[in-house]
Design a protein around this ligand. Structure first.
Ligand SMILES: [Zn+2]
Length: 50
């Protein structure tokens, strides 16, 4: 396996593990994707839970 194919395979595994969800910020209504339990709005920095 060459270095490049190793990298892309690793990325694919990571993307499958980290399931992204789409949320709407309750403060500024900005729609974005998050990973994990804590969500921080990239626009207004408002922190909330899904
Ligand atoms: Zn926001």
């Amino acid at each position: 396996m060459d270095f490049e194919s190793e990298i892309s395979e690793h990325t694919l595994i990571n993307l499958e593990k980290l399931k992204t969800n789409e949320v709407i910020c309750p403060k500024c209504k900005f729609i974005f994707k998050y990973v994990g339990k804590k969500i921080i709005c990239p626009k207004c920095k408002f922190i909330f839970k899904p």
